[in-house]
Design a protein around this ligand. Sequence first.
Ligand code: CDP
Length: 221
Amino acid sequence: MKTVQIAIDGPAGAGKSTIARLVAQRFNYTYIDTGAMYRAITLKAMQSKIDLHDENAFDFIDQTRFDFNNGILYMDDNDVSDLIRTRAVSNHVSLVSSYFTVRHKLVERQRQMADQQNVVMDGRDIGYHVLPHAAYKFYLTADVLTRAKRRFSENQLRGIHSSLEELVEEIKSRDAFDSTREHSPLRPANDAIIIDTSAMTIETVVLTIETKVREGEYYGV
Ligand code: CDP
């Protein structure tokens, strides 16, 4: 079966997950949050007390189950939504996701999911690496302060304490690390539509993406 794939990439806090979730609802597609998968693996590694600096210690991924239901990631049948958003996980996820073996294993799972159903998939490398043939590719960005403020409000809702200054620093350092790493660094695909969301509401961004996809459907993309 040929599935429809909508790829959404961008840096931390650009609004990817909120937007991707809403776009998925509009089209009744499955939302796959690949960042949540990297976070979940980081969480599992920390809980198992494995050495995060040992790239060869991640074979446990092969025995790990991932399911997305209504945009929520279940790892080994457990809802890990809250546990994967803690500062400890945020501070280590870039390291873990820089490993080739980790990426290779997770990208394989992501491609399998996108082969089986229509998806909206968000991440850092979806448009140019995970799903290079996706019919629709978007790259969301926004200035650092806007992104930190959004993350601040999100964290407040989740009951996670963090100051705006800390979030600016976290976002800057994750951006720098993610963009300069050797394997699949953060970057837009050559054929992605770039959207600067700094001065846009969520609804306007969703509508921009929805309109492009409906145009594509109309012209038989
Ligand atoms: O939500 P936020 O923008 O904070 O990040 P995320 O999407 O949850 O991703 C967390 C981290 O996972 C990123 O900073 C990247 O280091 C890594 N990641 C990645 O390497 N490749 C992806 N496709 C998705 C996330």
